[in-house]
Design a protein around this ligand. Structure first.
Ligand SMILES: Cc1cc2nc3c(=O)[nH]c(=O)nc-3n(C[C@H](O)[C@H](O)[C@H](O)COP(=O)(O)OP(=O)(O)OC[C@H]3O[C@@H](n4cnc5c(N)ncnc54)[C@H](O)[C@@H]3O)c2cc1C
Ligand code: FES
Length: 249
């Protein structure tokens, strides 16, 4: 396990924080680390910046993310990685589509390659890492387009050559169900599943036998279309299969 010092920690909104840390590891946009701090568990976290210094951006959720939010400059974090594949280098017109904390993973690409960013959240208070030029959707209409980021983005798909998507599984599934599968754009998805080992051993992250941690986390549209369990069922922490609400089985 590696360790690094916290350089800074900044609050991005009421429950999202960006933690910058001092590490010399080399990582590519889209990769993640397995991070641990005393008082928490080991959890997967995308790198929201992969150029030095590195950063993670996280929503406080359970015990580990709440512990991470209490760290101060000079404190230590412990981690393994980076793991997973990376987003491919785009050409032509690029779009980024992020929902929930998905924008954290996309941010490392946005910092490197220009593109139009479509960001969605429940309300304006849930948005983070937003810049003025971003196209924003909120469920309640408190900022930007009223509706989901999928509603906002789908009519524009034909304008792009490369599209990168990251967000909660039901959001990604709804986007896939609604897009033209023959669109000219190359579309890549960073998938998120419950991860325990992060290196392809435990099977907790697998979808139709494909290990998201090791075979992904980034998959092209045609690969995701073959995953019949995607957006339908997943493993819980105890290993049991559970179905997503409103999933078409
Ligand atoms: C590859 C990857 C990258 C990630 N990157 C980020 C990021 O950049 N920013 C961020 O805020 N979060 C990210 N996450 C999600 C983050 O790892 C979880 O929110 C975190 O594990 C919560 O830990 P906790 O101890 O705070 O909460 P816990 O108490 O562990 O979590 C509360 C509940 O959420 C469930 N849960 C945890 N993770 C997942 C999951 N992936 N899918 C479904 N249910 C889950 C747990 O089973 C538990 O029931 C990422 C997840 C993955 C797989
Ligand atoms: S998290 Fe263990 S196989 Fe992916």
């Amino acid at each position: 396990m590696l360790h690094a010092k916290v350089i800074s920690i900044k609050r991005d909104n009421k429950d999202v924080f960006t933690l910058v840390f001092d590490s010399k590891i080399s990582a590519e946009p889209g990769q993640f680390i397995m991070i641990w701090v005393p008082g928490g568990k080991e959890i997967p976290m995308s790198l929201s910046s992969t150029s030095n210094p590195l950063a993670i951006t996280f929503r406080t959720f359970g015990e580990t993310t709440r512990t991470l939010a209490t760290l101060k400059p000079g404190d230590r974090i412990f981690f393994r990685g980076p793991y997973g594949n990376s987003y491919p280098k785009p050409t032509g017109k690029v779009a980024y589509v992020g929902g929930g904390t998905g924008l954290a993973s996309l941010n490392s690409m946005i910092l490197k390659y220009d593109g139009d960013v479509f960001a969605g959240a429940r309300t304006k208070d849930d948005l983070f890492l937003i810049r003025d030029e971003y196209k924003v959707a909120t469920d309640d209409g408190s900022l930007g387009f009223k509706g989901t980021v999928v509603d906002l983005f789908v009519p524009h798909l034909s304008e792009y050559n490369y599209v990168f998507v990251c967000g909660p599984e039901p959001m990604v599934k709804s986007l896939i169900d609604r897009i033209d599968k023959k669109a000219k754009a190359k579309i890549f998805f960073s998938l998120e599943r419950l991860m325990k080992c992060g290196v392809g051993i435990c099977d907790s992250c697998s979808i139709n036998g494909i290990r998201v941690c090791k075979d992904g986390t980034i998959f092209e549209l045609q690969e995701v279309l073959k995953m019949t369990e995607f957006g339908v069922s997943r493993r819980t922490e105890s290993g049991k299969i559970e179905f997503f609400a409103n999933a078409k089985r």
